[in-house]
Design a protein around this ligand. Sequence first.
Ligand code: PMP
Length: 308
Amino acid sequence: MSSSDFGAKVWYNGELVPWENATVHVSAHALHYGSSVFEGIRAYATPPGPAVFRLDEHVERLFNSAKIFRIEVPYTFAEVRQAILDTIKANGHQSCYIRPLIFRGTGALGVEGRGCSVDTIIFTLEWGAYLGPEAIEQGVDVGVSSWRRMAPDTFPAMGKIGGQYVNSQFAKMEAVDNGYVENVVLDVNGYVSEGSGENLFLVSKGVVYTTPLWGSILQGITRQSAIQIAQDLGYEVREQTISREWLYIADELFFTGTAAEVTPIRSVDRIPVGRGSRGPVTAAIQKRFFEITSGEIEDTRGWLTVVE
Ligand code: PMP
């Protein structure tokens, strides 16, 4: 990623401003305490033009994160939705990653930030495969983090809240330092939660498993899409607690996420998963996912919003 990959215009509190002017004050509350909520969204190149994947679900999650965190969003659902489309259009992307962020700005330095301004920004970025260009076909090598996901009474995992990503950063830095692309993080009970920025799926004897919502996971929109795709393809899907050692003996593992899309995992803690390469169930789910996002097959569920 370089600065030239970012869209030239940033939507900032209702206006499209040049990239260089989209700055914040050093006293901004979010900078000190992580008091922000955000989304990661992708738009894909399709025959009728760039199309946003599951736009309404992302905007809904953004508003839910704000509600959990007691941030009053100064815009309506429809305004934020339109602003996302306007930003993509203004930046002329065929495909891109979109980052809406609502944060507590200036006004107070105490930890209680509700007296601060609430600022809203949206920027775009041309971003390829998050876990590396070969990851989609060849899979990634991952470890199990020594850091745990938050216990349910410490941070609200369902909210996509800025400060919570400090936990993700610890997990990701540890992964990189150990020579892995990503780490799987266990929950407070020692069961598999998710990656630092991805949900996790396991395939065993033809059945597809994924960590349930009570496993301190973010309620991933790609996760939910992969569950529906797997069911459409005729697989049984079970939301079930996954133990660490089950990762080692699974037939297949894969991550889902807006940035990671559907990425196979080929080893965990240096133990090969299955044959150590992308498995057939992962490949089938991946194929359908990319057929939908590329507009190759009919969008029967209305998952794509074309940027007019
Ligand atoms: N878990 C975490 C911690 C994440 O940051 C993300 C990325 N938003 C996901 C899971 C995947 O969610 P989604 O498919 O909605 O991008």
